[in-house]
Write a protein that binds this ligand. Structure first.
Ligand code: NAD
Length: 387
C-alpha cells in the first residue's frame, strides 16, 4: 500500500491545455481553495493558467502544488481538463486514473479512436459533453451550457465590433442613427445569450429556431420571433434538441430564410444538431444579396462545416460585396478567464459527484455516471478508486 492510499487523500490535477488556440484552464484558484478545504490534494501543471492570466503563484497561494507534466501525471488520481488531451498526452494516462473533461466523445474517426484506446487501457474517461443536461442534478456540471453561454455573449460582442455602425439608436447633434437589426438563427443556450447581449447593446433583435418551444424563450428576452412556415412545427427532435431536417425541409427553410436575412444588418448563427453536421442556413447567394457593411458571425463554424456557406473557423473574410463573414472558432477561449471560472465549477461538480468518503466511486446505475463514462464494457458493479 502506498503512502497516498494510507492517507486517503485524493490527488486532483489540472493540466495545461495543449490544443492550439485553447487558453482556458480546468481549475481556477478560487475552486482550488474549495477543493483543498474539502480535503483534496491539488496539483496544477506549471503554466496551466497562463492563457487565462493565472500565475503559478496564484495556484500556490490557493493551496495547490505546481509541478511539471510528468510529475503531475505520475501523482494524480484524477486529471481535470477542458479539452481532450492531445495525442502526445492522452497515452500517458494510466489504468485507474480518471480523466474528466469535454472530451468530444461524440466525434467519430481518429479522435474517438484515441478515447477508445485509452478506455481499453483502463483509463476512466468521463466526458462532460455526454451529460444528460436536462436532469436537474446535472445542471451544476453542465459545461456545454456554461461555455455556450460565453460563446453566445462573445458572438454578439464580436459582431458589434465588426459592424461599422452603432448597435443602439443614437440621437445626437450630428443626426440620428437607427438601431442595428440583428437576427440570431438558432435560439438554444448560445443563441439566447447572443439575443440578450445584442438587446443590451441596444440593437433591434429577432430570434429564430426550428423548435416551437424557442418562440416563448426568444420573446421573453424582448426580441421578435421569426417564423418560417416550413419548419417551426417540424424541428423538435426531443430532449430540447432539434432534429436534422430532411433535405427537402432544409431547402424550403433556406429559401424562406434567404428573403428574411437580407433585411438584417447582422446575423449570428448558432444552429447545431447533436453529433451531426451543422445545417447551412445562409447560402452564398444570400450573402451576395446582403448589403455592404452587413456582418455574419457563424458560431457553428467548425471542422464539419457551419451555418454560413464558406465560413472558416477563426477567420474573418470581407466579400467583394462588403459583407464580413466571421467563422467564430473557439469563442470561450477568447474570454478565457470568465469561461474557465464557470468551467472549473462545472468540472468539480462532476468530480465531487463521483467521490464518496475520499475515494472515486462510479456507480453505473447512476444516470449521470452511465451517460458520461466512456468505456468499452460496462462493469457489473461499482468500481472504486482503491480497486
Ligand atoms: P444546440 O447547440 O444543439 O443547438 C443550438 C440551437 O440550434 C438549438 O436551439 C436548435 O434547436 C437550433 N437548430 C438546430 N437546427 C436548426 C435549424 N435547421 N434551423 C434553426 N435552428 C436550428 O442546442 P443547445 O443550445 O445545446 O440546447 C438545446 C436545447 O437544450 C435548448 O432547448 C435548451 O433549453 C435545452 N437545454 C436544457 C437544459 C436544462 O434543462 N437544464 C440545459 C441545456 C440545454
Amino acid at each position: 500500500m502506498t503512502a497516498r492510499e494510507d492517507a486517503k487523500v485524493l490527488v486532483v490535477a489540472a493540466l495545461t491545455e495543449r490544443t492550439p488556440g485553447e487558453r482556458r484552464v480546468a481549475l481556477v484558484p478560487e475552486v482550488v481553495e474549495r477543493l483543498v478545504t474539502q480535503g483534496f490534494e491539488v496539483l496544477v501543471e506549471s503554466g496551466a493558467g497562463a492563457g487565462a492570466l493565472i500565475s503559478d503563484d496564484a495556484y500556490v497561494q490557493a493551496g495547490a502544488k505546481v509541478s511539471g507534466l510528468e510529475d503531475v501525471l505520475d501523482r494524480a488520481d484524477v486529471v481535470l481538463a477542458v479539452r481532450r488531451p492531445t495525442p502526445a498526452v492522452l497515452p500517458k494516462l494510466r489504468a485507474g486514473q480518471v480523466l474528466i473533461g469535454l472530451l468530444d466523445a461524440r466525434m467519430a474517426g481518429p479522435e474517438r479512436a484515441e478515447l477508445d484506446e485509452a478506455a481499453a487501457r483502463g483509463v476512466i474517461l468521463l466526458s462532460l459533453d455526454l451529460l444528460p443536461r436536462t436532469l436537474p442534478r446535472a445542471q451544476t456540471m453542465d459545461a456545454l451550457s456554461s461555455q455556450a453561454s460565453v460563446a453566445g455573449y462573445r458572438a454578439a460582442v464580436v459582431a458589434a465590433e465588426a459592424f461599422g455602425r452603432y448597435f443602439p439608436m443614437m440621437i445626437t447633434a450630428a443626426g440620428t442613427a437607427r438601431p442595428a437589426k440583428v437576427l440570431v438563427l438558432g435560439a438554444g443556450v448560445a443563441g439566447l445569450q447572443a439575443i440578450g447581449t445584442a438587446r443590451r447593446l441596444g440593437a433591434q433583435v429577432t430570434g429564430y429556431d426550428v423548435r416551437p418551444a424557442a418562440e416563448g424563450e426568444v420573446k421573453s428576452l424582448g426580441a421578435t420571433f421569426l417564423k418560417t412556415a416550413t419548419t417551426v412545427a417540424a424541428g423538435d427532435g426531443g430532449g430540447g434538441y432539434a432534429r436534422a431536417l430532411t433535405p427537402a425541409e432544409g431547402a424550403a427553410q433556406r429559401a424562406e430564410l434567404d428573403a428574411a436575412i437580407r433585411r438584417f444588418d447582422v446575423v449570428i448563427t448558432t444552429a447545431q444538431v447533436p453529433g451531426g453536421t451543422p445545417p447551412v442556413l445562409v447560402t452564398a447567394e444570400t450573402i451576395e444579396a446582403m448589403s455592404a457593411g452587413s456582418v455574419l458571425v457563424d458560431l457553428a463554424s467548425g471542422p464539419l462545416g457551419g451555418n454560413v456557406a464558406g465560413s472558416v473557423p477563426g477567420e474573418r473574410v470581407v466579400t467583394r460585396g462588403g459583407v464580413t463573414v466571421i467563422g467564430a472558432g473557439n469563442l470561450p477561449a477568447q474570454m478565457a478567464s470568465g469561461a474557465s471560472a464557470a468551467y472549473s465549477r462545472n468540472v468539480t461538480a462532476m468530480l465531487t459527484a463521483v467521490v464518496v468518503d475520499g475515494a472515486i466511486l462510479l456507480d453505473p446505475a447512476d444516470d449521470i455516471v452511465a451517460a458520461v463514462w466512456i468505456h468499452p464494457a460496462v462493469p457489473a458493479e461499482g468500481t472504486t478508486h482503491d480497486e
